[in-house]
Design a protein around this ligand. Structure first.
Ligand SMILES: [Zn+2]
Length: 153
């Protein structure tokens, strides 16, 4: 994708709604891991209280995998931690230790982008929703979070 912004239609409760995607960039603290992601300028971000998210105060928004792209030689600096069901791939920078994105258990077909790792200027609003990771199964059903990685293009 080489356009600065694209328009897609996203089905939400069977209502058709246009959502303009913009190009965001970001990465880890030392900037060895850099990426770009297409997402709305107004995002829904999840504040999760699971054992991993709570210790790093993680708040993230989820995009379909194809809207996320690593830049340069970022891959060389990424390592992965897993625990529990080992479904989530907690990727982080080998040098500075920051998880700027990861593959969440709720959306193995998507990417969870750490809200605070997005470069300033392109996110105009974030609606923070709570994901009760301590009751993962119940929260997964209630929130419909699985739909967050189902892009329709
Ligand atoms: Zn780093």
């Amino acid at each position: 994708m080489d356009r600065r912004s694209i328009t897609v239609e996203i089905d939400i409760d069977s209502e058709e709604m246009d959502s303009e995607l913009v190009l965001h960039t970001g990465g880890c603290h030392c900037k060895r891991v850099k990426w770009q992601v297409y997402a709305p300028s107004s995002v829904v971000a999840w504040d999760c209280n699971c054992s991993d998210c709570s210790v790093r105060r993680n708040t993230h928004f989820i995009v379909p995998l194809e809207r996320f792209e690593l830049l340069g030689d970022s891959k060389e600096f990424i390592t992965t931690y897993t625990f529990g069901t080992h479904t989530a791939k907690h990727t982080f920078c080998k040098v500075c230790g920051i998880t700027s994105f990861y593959i969440p258990r709720s959306n193995p077909d998507g990417i969870a982008v750490t809200l605070r790792c997005v470069d300033a200027g392109t996110i105009t609003h974030a609606e923070i929703k709570c994901f009760n990771g301590q009751n993962w199964e119940g929260s997964y059903e209630q929130t419909g979070i699985a739909l967050c990685s189902k892009g329709k293009e």
